[in-house]
Design a binder for this molecule. Structure first.
Ligand SMILES: Nc1nc2c(ncn2[C@@H]2O[C@H](COP(=O)(O)OP(=O)(O)OP(=O)(O)O)[C@@H](O)[C@H]2O)c(=O)[nH]1
Ligand SMILES: [Mg+2]
Length: 294
């Protein structure tokens, strides 16, 4: 009698990097946070919120998708930081498995879109067009049709709301469909490339951007100097660096009102996320050269 060995087919494990690109403010970081289910990246209504490449990991039975948030592409000739961030976003387009191009239907297709499309056309990986902000009323989504027409250049198109977590599941499924077979790159419960200090700094920076007027964002940076975890409390020391003493005054505010507001908002978010009491010590320093180190 011949024995027939039954070999069960091993389910394939898919893994890879999905880079999110798009104009500043289109909602890339919001989408990253929604896809991963954890607030990793800072989100504000101001352009150039994201400065560093942030990974967000989504583990499912099918495999591991690593979403890569990038600084928004912003075409502003007289803004040196914009140039640097645009370069960083382009750098993130190397060695990837998929692209999510996130667009905002309330903004006309402009120089930023044309620039991004010209880069995307040269890439031979699956590309998904994400038309975000679907929750907004029709009259605000004035350019929806223009973006829909770009669909033919993409392997799939989704209209969704990153903010309200609408129509996200079909996108996730498509992302996994396009992912190659691969090995898990992030182990255990690790879901990002940024460390705790950097993440805390990002929470604080987000609160500053939300609290202050338009011009300030480009001139600040946050550094976490110390994190001390005690049994019942975490003591965090952080400094806000700004290139100009004018901004230092604005951040502190009249009678320290603004810095207090920033501190409270940051502390609340950190306490919720870390599920522990936080003592946050915030200082403001002028440092003309932080942009060179950014
Ligand atoms: N109505 C609506 N607003 C959204 C949606 N997604 C993002 N936003 C808002 O759009 C603004 C920009 O969101 P971000 O996620 O910071 O955008 P970004 O593309 O990461 O921006 P940069 O980091 O500057 O490139 C914020 O005010 C978000 O709340 C959405 O689905 N619907
Ligand atoms: Mg962002």
């Amino acid at each position: 009698m011949t024995k027939v060995k039954h070999i069960e087919e091993k389910p394939t494990f898919k893994a890879g990097f999905i880079t999110m690109v798009g104009r500043s403010n289109s909602g890339k970081s919001t989408l990253l946070n929604t896809l991963v289910g954890t607030k990793l990246a800072a989100v504000t209504h101001k352009p150039q919120t994201t400065r560093d490449i942030i990974h967000g990991v989504l583990n499912t039975v099918q495999g591991q998708a690593i979403f890569v948030d990038t600084p928004g592409i912003l075409k502003e000739r007289h803004n040196p930081l914009a140039g640097k961030l645009t370069e960083r976003a382009q750098e993130a387009l190397k060695e990837i498995d998929e692209i999510l191009y996130v667009v905002d239907p309330t903004k006309a297709i402009g120089a930023e879109e044309r620039f991004i499309l010209s880069i995307l056309r040269k890439l031979e990986v699956p590309k998904i067009l994400v038309i975000n902000k679907s929750d907004l009323p029709e009259e605000e989504k004035k350019y929806l049709e223009d973006y829909k027409q770009l669909s033919e250049e993409f392997d799939a198109t989704f209209e969704l709301s990153a903010l309200l977590n609408r129509h996200i599941q079909p996108l996730k499924e498509k992302v996994f469909e396009f992912l190659p077979e691969g090995e898990q790159m992030y182990e255990g419960d690790q879901i990002t490339n940024i460390g705790k200090g950097k993440w805390i700094a990002e929470v604080i920076r987000e609160k500053i951007l939300l609290a202050l007027r338009k011009e300030v964002p480009y001139s600040i940076n946050v550094e976490v100097r110390d994190i001390e975890e005690k049994t019942d409390i975490i003591v965090i020391e952080a400094v806000i660096l700004t290139s100009d003493s004018r901004y230092k005054k604005m951040i502190i505010g009249a009678g320290g009102r603004s810095i207090k507001e920033i501190g409270i908002a940051a502390r609340k978010e950190l306490e919720t996320a870390l599920n522990k009491k936080i003592f946050l010590e915030l200082e403001v320093e002028t440092d003309r050269h932080w942009e060179d180190r950014a």
